[in-house]
Design a protein around this ligand. Structure first.
Ligand code: HEC
Length: 181
């Protein structure tokens, strides 16, 4: 039987993909080595948003950050318990992953202290690249963490909890003021 070169090529690609999947299933999740691409955040790019848009975005931002804060508490509680609830852990990791991506749209120009009461420091818009890099850090770790949560290995998740809380802290230390609003 004659096999066309094209058919061989296609088969090779399929075989390769299957091997990669088997390997991914069998290996430990590598949380500390994030490699997957994330869309760059559009921070401080373009004209400032209108006052009405700013108010809406700042509300979304506040609610989204609060939601991540609650999810972090759930993670801590479950990973510290003797009988961690994997369903809760997965939901919390999913919220952090989802919101970390959504946060790319939470800091357009015009949503700083000039627009109303906020914990967002003006430095965000003075150092947009550094701020975006800090957000990208969280996005990478949150994606890795969420994927790792799907394997159900609470020990690995506990050992890597700091990758997430550290990414929150790295940004808050520099760009967030403690304000009640
Ligand atoms: C790239 C920067 C950045 C990262 C990463 C980040 N935050 Fe924030 N966070 C902020 C800023 C800025 C504010 C203040 C927002 C405001 O007041 O409008 C904030 C506010 C908050 C608040 C208070 C709510 C509010 O609006 O004041 C909570 C809770 C919070 N963040 C939780 C988290 C958690 C949990 C993580 C990690 C899973 C995280 N954040 C990651 C920048 C960040």
């Amino acid at each position: 039987m004659r096999i066309l070169p094209l058919a061989i090529g296609t088969f090779a690609i399929v075989a390769c993909g299957a091997a990669a999947i088997t390997q991914a299933r069998n290996s430990q999740p590598s949380i500390s080595n994030p490699t997957l691409p994330i869309a760059a955040a559009a921070i401080g790019v373009g004209a400032p948003v209108s006052a009405a848009e700013a108010a809406a975005i700042m509300k979304t931002r506040h609610d989204g950050m609060e939601e991540m804060g609650k999810a972090m508490k759930v993670l801590h509680r479950d990973l510290d318990s003797d009988d961690p609830n994997m369903g809760e852990i997965r939901s919390a990791a999913a919220v952090i992953y989802k919101n970390s991506k959504a946060a790319s749209d939470w800091f357009p120009a015009g949503t700083g202290p000039e627009a109303g009461k906020t914990g967002a420091k003006p430095d965000i818009w003075q150092n947009p690249k550094d701020f975006a890099a800090k957000l990208a850090g969280l996005q990478h770790y949150a994606q890795q963490y969420y994927q790792a949560s799907l394997t159900g290995d609470a020990g690995t998740l506990k050992a890597n909890e700091d990758t997430i809380s550290g990414a929150c802290k790295a940004c808050h230390d520099k760009y967030r003021m403690e304000t009640k609003h």
